[in-house]
Design a protein around this ligand. Structure first.
Ligand code: NAD
Length: 259
């Protein structure tokens, strides 16, 4: 049977890009998937259609991940619908760039609220649900698996990205601290650190042949990543094949972090 058979997953920001690819990959590996979106109903419907057209199972839940009441309501709805969760991928994120000296408090706060506080809320509700449900060793070796979405900017600075890079650096310590505290409960917490992946968040960086050519100079492996690259990694990292991995950021970047 598929390696995530019998498992229930929730993916935030699954209406586009990397989150959509992860939701689709988890479903292709046998998980039933809660497709979260913030405002893009059409995108969420498209993700669900791809999942169900391939014979998978999904369920759409709207929530702004930066709002505590909405995150708690989302987890309640997911558990009411599927009974429990085994995999939570905290993927939703935004980028609001500005030269540092011109950066407004609003631009700073918005990115911290969604990218960092949103991860705190989702990781906490995930751990609470795993502990409430208790072990199901016939379904998964771990009590639960949490994947945070970081970035190469967890370790590499980038001009105009101070708010974004700070949020991703914060996710690293949120991930490691929770991985350590939750490991005795057999909850695994890891991050994925994508490099340059073709989604609309960074369309400016690859949208024209000239932009793509200059981006490729930063990528030793000489291609831009596809959302499905990250989807495949997430499906493996959530499976029992990766049962001994916790507290790690796995960079998937075509070698970008080697420079
Ligand atoms: P994207 O813009 O397509 O996806 C982000 C998703 O998050 C969207 O579906 C958006 O609607 C959702 N979202 C935004 N704010 C939300 C909120 N408050 N509540 C719920 N959902 C919300 O871009 P993407 O590239 O797929 O980004 C996904 C994640 O990957 C982000 O965390 C991003 O930082 C990270 N990432 C992307 C790249 C890349 O090159 N594309 C590189 C490194 C990291």
């Amino acid at each position: 049977s598929p390696r995530l058979a019998g498992q229930y997953a929730l993916v935030t920001g699954a209406s586009s890009g990397i989150g959509a690819a992860i939701a689709i990959a988890l479903a292709a590996n046998g998980a039933s998937v809660v497709v979260n979106y913030g405002h893009d109903t059409d995108g969420a419907n498209a993700t669900l259609k791809t999942i169900t057209d391939a014979g998978g199972t999904g369920y759409i839940v709207q929530a702004d991940v930066s709002k505590e009441d909405q995150v708690q309501a989302m987890f309640q709805q997911a558990v009411q619908h599927f009974g429990t969760l085994h995999i939570v991928v905290s993927n939703a994120g935004i980028q609001v760039d500005s030269p540092f000296v011109d950066m407004t408090l609003e631009q700073w706060q918005k990115v911290i609220d969604v990218n960092l506080t949103g991860q705190f809320l989702c990781v906490r509700e995930a751990a609470r649900e795993f502990l409430r449900r208790g072990p199901q060793p016939e379904v998964s070796k771990a009590l639960g698996k949490i994947i945070c979405m970081s970035s190469v900017h967890e370790v590499i600075p980038w001009a105009g990205h101070v708010n974004y890079a700070t949020s991703k650096g914060g996710i690293m310590q949120l991930m490691k601290s929770t991985a350590q505290e939750l490991a005795p409960h057999k909850i695994r917490v890891n991050s994925i650190g994508p490099g340059a992946i073709k989604t609309h968040i960074n369309h400016d960086a690859w949208g024209t042949p000239e932009a793509e050519a200059s981006l490729l100079k930063l990528i030793p492996y000489d291609r831009v990543g596809e959302p499905d690259d990250i989807g495949q990694l997430a499906a493996w990292l959530a499976s029992d094949e990766a049962d001994y991995i916790t507290g790690q950021t796995i960079f998937m970047d075509g070698g970008m972090t080697l420079y």
